[in-house]
Design a binder for this molecule. Structure first.
Ligand code: DGP
Length: 116
């Protein structure tokens, strides 16, 4: 299931260190190496899925769990009331740079809209 050339699969496997905040059988959440907000977690499925284009029906529960996990972590980090942003970039125009699906959980400052 894991792809040897994928940096996030290597983090899942423990081959590359990361500041891990939460994990269970399906999901890993760790701090972004280049945070753009005081709270910046990446929430990823342990299953390698390259982009949102690759979601299949069998991934419905797993992808839903990314969102519910982000929501739980936001509560735990006490940013739920002030607010937070969940972002998933897909391919070039969205600026995706790591091709293993990840949900950014961003909080701790005000964000502008529309995004740049
Ligand atoms: P995106 O642009 O949505 O593909 O964001 C990828 C994010 O992944 C980016 O904010 C930086 C982060 N990142 C890339 N390599 C590593 C790494 O080795 N460790 C950690 N913790 N984050 C990484």
């Amino acid at each position: 299931m894991s792809e040897s050339s994928c940096i996030f699969c290597q983090i899942i496997d423990g081959a590359i260190p990361a500041d891990i905040y939460y994990q269970d059988d399906d999901i890993l959440a760790f701090r972004d190496i280049h945070p753009v907000a005081p709270t910046h977690l990446l929430i990823i499925p342990k299953k390698h899925i390259a982009t949102a284009n690759d979601f299949s029906d069998e991934d419905e529960r797993l992808i839903g769990k990314l969102m519910t996990t982000a929501s739980k972590l936001a509560r735990e980090l006490r940013v739920d009331r002030s607010g937070y942003r969940m972002v998933m970039n897909c391919n070039r125009d969205a600026g995706q740079t790591v091709f293993h699906v990840h949900l950014h959980l961003l909080a701790g400052r005000a964000f502008s809209w529309p995004p740049g």
